[in-house]
Design a protein around this ligand. Structure first.
Ligand SMILES: *[C@@H]1O[C@H](CO)[C@@H](O)[C@H](O)[C@H]1NC(C)=O
Length: 137
């Protein structure tokens, strides 16, 4: 399915809600949350980076995370329970000073928005930011 201005809005909100601090952060980042170049694909793979399993049964695979140290917004794949299906979602996770997701025993992810809730995806689903600027799940 090809989508969707809502996703673009959410990503733009995440990236540009404080544009100057984001630019400064991006240059000084010593951690590995890559910036997205066109076109970029992310795969919902267990071996993907920034994949964290929590003791409440949820798992996140963050592809974009904004900020360091404390509760921060991220987007990526999310599941809870059996984890045979996943949502592409925006969620809040606890991070450390290196922007790694931490506290899997207590700091459970809080989903604030999800794409196509009634139509979740599976392992190996891909999210692509195309060369034309569309975000396709
Ligand atoms: C996902 O892709 C990997 C690599 O291509 C493959 O080994 C694995 O079997 C796939 N998993 C599922 C559930 O399709």
């Amino acid at each position: 399915m090809s989508v969707n201005w809502n996703w673009c809005f959410v990503l733009f909100f995440l990236i540009f809600s404080t544009p100057f601090s984001f630019l400064v952060d991006a240059r000084s980042q010593s951690f590995d949350y890559p910036t997205a170049k066109l076109s970029t694909k992310w795969v919902n793979s267990p071996s993907a980076p920034h994949s964290v399993a929590f003791t409440d049964g949820s798992t996140v695979r963050a592809i974009l995370l904004r900020g360091t140290f404390g509760p921060r917004y991220a987007c990526g794949f999310f599941c809870n329970g059996a984890c045979d299906t996943y949502l592409f979602a925006v969620f809040i996770v606890q991070t450390n000073s290196a922007s790694s997701i931490v506290a899997p025993a207590i700091g459970f992810p809080q989903v604030v928005w999800a794409a196509n809730r009634n139509n979740p995806v599976r392992i190996n689903a891909t999210l692509e930011l195309t060369s034309r600027g569309n975000l396709v799940l």
